[in-house]
Design a protein around this ligand. Structure first.
Ligand SMILES: *Cc1c(COP(=O)(O)O)cnc(C)c1O
Length: 336
C-alpha cells in the first residue's frame, strides 16, 4: 500500500523493531525504565530545556502543556487553525477548564501581534486570565520565520505570557530552514515533538520545559491515565528516530515539491495556490472530477489518498519514494 494520507502511517523498519525488541525496560511510573529515562534526559539537553516527558501522543503532550501552564479559568491564545484548538476534541476546555482564545492565522500561519495584543484580557474579574500564547510550527506544512519566533518571545515577555510551541513537525521546520533545532526551541517555555510522524517512530511524543513545569505535567499525565509501564520499548524507537531520521526529512520535502509539480500537470488538478515548504502538499481538484470514485479506483491499485478536503492534502514521508509518486500520478491519469 502506498499511503499519502499522512506521515503518521510510516512503518518501523527492521532495525527499529530490533532495537525495540532489545530495549532495556522497567516500570516508568516508578521512574525505573532506563530507556525512557535516557530519552527524556537526552531530549531535554538536546533541545535546551531542563526536563522532558515521554507521552503517548502529541495530543496528550499538548494537553499536558496547556494544563501545566494554565489553571482552571485561565485562557490561552492560539490560531483558529491550531491543532490544539481545532483538532484535539476541545481537550483544554473539557479536561482543563481552560478557555481558548483563537485568532485568525495569517496566510503564512503566523498570528499577527496586533490581533494577539487586542485579545489579551485586562486584569478584571469579568474576564478569564490570559496566561499563554501557543504557536504551531510547521503549521499546514508552513514554516514560521525565525524572526517571527524572536518577536513572539519579546511579545510574551512584555505581556507576561508563557510561550508554548506545538512542534509536532518542528524538525521539518528546522530542516527546511537549514538550522539546528535549538534555533527554534530557544524561544519557547515549552515545546512538543511528535516522534510518530515524519520521524518514523510507531508511537509517542515528547514534552519539554522547565523542571517545575515537567513535574506538574508528569502528575497530570498520571491523572489522565497516561502513566505507562515498560514504555522503553517505545522510547528506544523514538530515540532512534531522533538520532537517524532527521536529515532524511529533506528528501520528503523534495518529494513533496515533485509531487506538487506532477499533480499540477494533471487535468483538473492545480497546486498553484499553495507553496510547498515541507512535506505537505495541497491541491485544488475541479468539481468535474468525482473525488470519491477516484479515491476508490486508487485503493484498488493499493494507493491511499484523502481527496475530500478543499483543498485536498497529500503528505510525503519515509515510506514514499519518487517511484511511488510516479505510480500515483500514472494511476490518477489512467483513472481520469
Ligand atoms: C499530529 C499533530 C498533533 C497531535 O499528535 P497525535 O500524536 O496525533 O495526537 C499535534 N499538533 C500537530 C500540529 C499535529 O500535526
Amino acid at each position: 500500500m502506498i499511503d499519502f494520507r499522512s506521515d503518521t502511517v510510516t512503518q518501523p523498519d527492521e532495525a527499529m523493531r530490533t532495537a525495540m525488541a532489545n530495549a532495556p525496560v522497567g516500570d516508568d511510573v516508578y521512574r525505573d525504565d532506563p530507556s525512557v529515562n535516557t530519552l527524556e534526559e537526552w531530549a531535554a539537553s538536546r533541545h535546551g530545556f531542563d526536563a522532558a516527558l515521554f507521552t503517548a501522543s502529541g495530543t496528550q503532550a499538548n494537553l499536558l502543556a496547556l494544563m501545566a501552564h494554565c489553571e482552571r479559568g485561565d485562557e490561552y491564545l492560539c490560531g483558529q487553525q491550531a491543532h490544539n484548538y481545532k483538532y484535539e476534541a476541545g481537550g483544554a476546555a473539557v479536561l482543563g477548564s481552560i478557555q481558548p482564545q483563537p485568532i485568525d492565522n495569517a496566510p503564512d500561519g503566523s498570528l499577527p501581534f496586533d490581533k494577539l495584543a487586542a485579545a489579551i484580557k485586562p486584569n478584571d474579574f469579568h474576564f478569564a486570565r490570559t496566561k499563554l500564547l501557543s504557536l504551531e510550527n510547521t503549521i499546514g506544512g508552513k514554516v514560521l520565520p525565525l524572526s517571527y519566533l524572536a518577536e513572539a518571545r519579546i511579545f510574551c515577555d512584555h505581556h507576561k505570557l508563557q510561550l508554548h510551541l506545538d512542534g509536532a513537525r518542528v524538525y521539518n521546520a528546522a530542516v527546511a530552514l537549514g538550522v539546528d533545532i535549538t534555533a527554534i526551541s530557544c524561544h519557547f517555555d515549552s515545546m512538543t515533538i511528535c516522534l510518530s510522524k515524519g520521524l518514523g517512530a510507531p508511537v509517542g511524543s515528547l514534552l519539554l520545559g522547565s523542571q517545575a513545569f515537567i513535574n506538574k505535567a508528569r502528575r497530570i499525565r498520571k491523572m489522565l491515565g497516561g502513566g505507562m509501564r515498560q514504555a522503553g520499548i517505545l522510547a528506544v524507537a523514538g530515540q532512534k528516530a531522533l538520532n537517524e531520521n532527521v536529515e532524511r526529512l529533506a528528501q520528503d520535502h523534495a518529494n513533496a515539491q515533485y509531487l506538487a509539480s506532477e499533480l499540477h500537470q494533471l487535468d483538473g488538478f492545480s497546486t498553484d495556490a499553495y507553496q510547498v515548504q515541507t512535506n505537505i502538499v495541497y491541491v485544488d481538484i475541479a468539481d468535474t472530477i468525482e473525488r470519491t470514485r477516484l479515491q476508490m479506483r486508487l485503493i484498488e491499485k493499493d494507493i491511499r489518498v484523502t481527496f475530500s478536503g478543499h483543498p485536498a492534502r497529500l503528505v510525503t514521508h519515509k515510506d514514499i519514494s519518487r517511484e511511488d509518486i510516479n505510480t500515483l500520478i500514472r494511476a490518477i491519469a489512467d483513472s481520469l
